[in-house]
Write a protein that binds this ligand. Structure first.
Ligand code: SF4
Length: 179
């Protein structure tokens, strides 16, 4: 199967290098830098992905009393006093990318002057929650993720694909592998 060549000429321009980064940017960075690069150039197969649509249904029906917190560049599922950031995932497998996304939200809130205590990721399909600590180490990780994400977005060419086995379930599969 031929590899899809991917360079900037195939896509729109990258996002403004100083534009605020949302949670999706950080999640994609940690899942696959190529996904972040494509996303930053406007490629959005996730809008028609059944997996993503399923995730939105889970998200909409699991916690009916929650309120989204819209920061502009990022939409947080909800925040409880403390402040604790809550994020719901339809995945059955907790991922470092999910924790990185929550740390990014903690960073964004802190920059707005909010005292942040940490985060909790909810996985309703496996009835599990994972706590995400917020301390100096977590803050440094979040800041480092931002730097990494901006580096990926600014690259003239797309990063290489992950190995095929690591692409399972990715909404960009069609594009990267021509399936
Ligand atoms: S299909 Fe694989 S290489 Fe392409 S964006 Fe998804 S994880 Fe990355």
């Amino acid at each position: 199967m031929s590899a899809r060549t991917t360079d900037a000429a195939d896509h729109g321009p990258e996002e403004d290098g100083n534009a605020p980064l949302g949670g999706v940017h950080i999640k994609y960075l940690h899942h696959c830098p190529r996904q972040l690069w494509l996303y930053s150039r406007g490629y959005r197969p996730e809008q028609r992905s059944d997996l993503v649509a399923f995730g939105e249904v889970i998200d909409d029906t699991t916690f009916t009393r929650r309120r989204d917190i819209d920061l502009g560049e990022a939409k947080i599922d909800w925040v409880t006093t403390g402040a604790v950031v809550h994020e719901t995932k339809s995945s059955r497998v907790p991922s470092p990318a999910h924790a990185a996304q929550v740390r990014h939200y903690c960073l964004l809130l802190e920059r707005r002057g909010i005292t942040v205590r940490g985060g909790t990721i909810h996985y309703p399909l496996i009835r599990r929650t994972t706590d995400v600590p917020w301390d100096a180490t977590a803050r440094a990780e979040a800041e480092d993720s931002e730097v990494q994400a901006r580096g990926v977005i600014a690259a003239p060419e797309a990063p290489a694909r992950l190995t095929r086995g690591n692409c399972r379930g990715c909404s960009y599969l069609d594009y990267c592998w021509g399936d």
